[in-house]
Design a protein around this ligand. Sequence first.
Ligand code: AP5
Ligand code: MG
Length: 194
Amino acid sequence: MKPLEVLIFLGPPGSGKGTQAEILTGKLKYLHISVGDLLRENISGNTDLGKLASSYVNSGELVPDDLIIELVNSSFHDLQKKDSQFVGIILDGFPRTINQAASLERKIKDLGVIIKAVLYLDISDEKIISRLQNRGRNDDKPELIINRLGVYRKQTEPLLDFYNEKKLLEEINGDQNSEIVNNDILNILKEKVV
Ligand code: AP5
Ligand code: MG
């Protein structure tokens, strides 16, 4: 049996991780896990996780690694329950720290799944700001966008080297329109035999 595949979407706020993950799950059988969406659902549902996470999400800071790792690990268990339905899982917004990436390495080893590609959506700061200001989510206020970008540069950008060294990083020009970005992603996935 083919091992389940993991696709990782990596990129700054507003780079199109969620948009591309949605388009892709409309075409290919992946389970889409958006850590940001899960956190926002927990915050609006006032769950224990939501209570712990809300001050971080609402200030554009990263939620502590242990909470996020537990959340993602439980999504992997959901995937295993539904295994016949999906070829794999799309991680949108995870990992975001080296510590999270190390935990993912351990998890995939345990489960015998493989990372097929890390899809890095590269985008200019100008585009990020104009896209997010137009969307207007709670954390899309100008000062929070700047903070999220700073957090990304400091804590998440080191993952580019981490995955480049593993020969998994695929860079995509995220400034282009959604359809072109999606075509670029599909072409990359076609070439990747794992
Ligand atoms: P999260 O919800 O993941 O936010 P983010 O990373 O800041 O990214 P966004 O969701 O804002 O952007 P996106 O890349 O998904 O782009 P989108 O497709 O929406 O995380 C929120 C918070 O949760 C974090 O700040 C943190 O507190 C916490 N968190 C999450 N993961 C965590 C983790 N692993 N560890 C710790 N904490 C974590 O597109 C943006 C807009 O642009 C949309 O309006 C869209 O319609 C538009 N658009 C998209 N693509 C295009 C295009 N090609 N052309 C024109 N417009 C486009
Ligand atoms: Mg998103």
